[in-house]
Write a protein that binds this ligand. Structure first.
Ligand code: HEM
Length: 423
């Protein structure tokens, strides 16, 4: 993995060693944290062990990755960072690759704003994300989920990530934004192209085409009345100011990412559990009313939004560690959701935890808590209902060992499964 093992001298003073085995592990963990890079594919397979060690020995750990950041791993500290918007700003860069030059250095409305500016946008957008608004997307979600299932069902085998989990969420974000239905496959192709680009050159080319497509959507809506989210965002003023074109472009990029990769990867994690645990799969297939609970436990157990950042804007202290203005922190939401203090046996997937003593933080916390959570819940429920109704007996292909991913997003790279087909 990317973690470099530091010499003992590097960490003297960071941990009060007393010569016991416990303190040796603590010293080693602080060294491990220094080399920790959440975007290094090599950490994905062991991430829960790594973050569990950080929680025990250095809950606000220091990593040298991306110019240095504090890695916040305990539930209580995570909630504090999320709730103290005056100290922890959402305008932060933690090694994101910018493929579209127009949006470099631009602050996206909503996502990257703080306090009053953020609240203005959040209030404006709220009506597109209420439970009732989410329910209005259900017929479309069900139709495209059913179509995706019908394409694979007769085959008896599929990669449930590429051929199912990754298919529907992009179309749904298209509907949410108000992209006309015939153009949604193009949107999906461009967005997918960006995540699958094989190198910087291809990523830059796809990025240009993608930006052009989205700018077309934005310009088409100027001065128009309309009930969709994008028309409303293009034609509004928040706190007396309309968003500039680069701000709108970054907003749409981030909205598509927020609605797509998250839901795809959350579904992939749920499907992996179901493919591996036959008893659970059969129980849920026979009682689909359990699916809502399954979704919530999955968001806790393998939180798809795994790690996002904040910039420290005023000197402060967190879990006994001093933080200075200008420092950056990485919030590891999934680690908070396995914090032993709040979720004993948190590594276990268990239905029926839906009302824990403290709510899980898989949807975030504080002012930036997931705006799309009701929509995501509808999507995940419908996608699981449709798959389990048509293909209740899927299981991992013999010999398959699905590779986990980690970074900003936690998921599964591919999920080859098989099921019996009649005849
Ligand atoms: C299972 C799927 C999803 C998960 C686990 C998830 C999780 C999260 C988390 C943890 C945050 C907070 C990030 C932070 O504070 O740094 C967040 C923010 C956000 N999510 Fe989701 N999300 C999901 C799906 C969606 C969907 C489908 C949409 C809409 C299309 C969406 C829209 C947003 C938006 C707009 C924000 C930013 C809110 C703000 O800054 O005020 N999310 N999400």
């Amino acid at each position: 993995m990317g973690a470099r093992v530091a010499r003992a001298g590097d960490v003297v003073g960071a941990v009060r060693g007393d010569g016991t085995e416990e303190s040796a592990e603590a010293v080693e963990t602080v060294a491990l944290a220094r080399g920790f890079d959440h975007q290094d594919p090599a950490v994905a397979g062991e991430i829960h062990d790594i973050l569990g060690r950080f929680r025990r020995h250095c809950p606000v750990a220091f990593s040298e990755a991306y110019g240095g950041m504090h890695v916040v791993t305990r539930y209580a500290d995570i909630r504090q960072v999320a709730q103290r918007g005056e100290t922890f700003s959402s305008a932060v860069d933690l090694g994101a690759v910018v493929v579209v030059p127009e949006i470099a250095g631009v602050r996206a409305p909503l996502f990257e704003l703080d306090l009053a500016e953020h609240t203005g946008w959040r209030r404006h957008l709220q009506r597109f994300f209420t439970p009732a608004a989410a329910a209005r997307h259900e017929p479309y979600i069900r139709r495209v989920s059913r179509e995706a299932v019908a394409r694979i069902a007769p085959r008896g085998r599929a990669d449930l990530v590429a051929e199912y989990a990754a298919v529907v969420p992009l179309l749904v974000v298209g509907e949410l934004l108000g992209v006309p239905e015939p153009q949604r496959p193009r949107l999906a192709e461009l967005a997918r192209g960006l995540t699958t680009a094989s190198g910087a050159e291809e990523a830059a080319r796809v990025g240009r085409d993608y930006a052009e497509f989205l700018l077309g959507q934005i310009r088409d809506r100027r001065g128009r009345a309309g009930g969709d989210l994008l028309t409303s965002v293009v034609n509004t003023e928040i706190n007396g100011r309309a968003a500039t074109e680069p701000e709108l472009l970054k907003f749409v990029f981030l909205m598509i990412a927020a609605g797509n990769l998250t839901t795809t990867d959350q579904l992939a994690s749920a499907l992996l559990v179901l493919a591996e645990e036959e008893g659970l799969r059969r129980r849920v297939a026979a009682a689909p009313e359990l699916i809502g609970d399954l979704v919530e436990e999955c968001v806790r157990h393998e939180s798809a939004v795994a790690a996002t950042g904040r910039a420290v804007v005023a000197d402060t202290e967190l879990g006994g560690v001093p933080l200075a203005a200008g420092d950056r922190v990485l919030i590891t939401w999934g680690s908070g959701n396995r914090d032993e203090e709040h979720f004993p046996d948190g590594g276990e997937f268990r239905l029926g935890r839906s009302r824990p003593r403290k709510p899980h933080v898989g949807w975030g916390a504080g002012a930036h808590r997931c705006l799309g959570m009701h929509l995501a819940r509808v999507e995940l429920r419908v996608l699981l209902e449709e798959l389990l109704a048509a293909i209740p007996e899927f299981r991992l292909e013999p010999g398959a060992a699905p590779e986990r991913t980690y970074g900003v997003i936690r998921g599964v790279r591919s999920l080859p499964v098989t099921w019996p087909v009649p005849g």
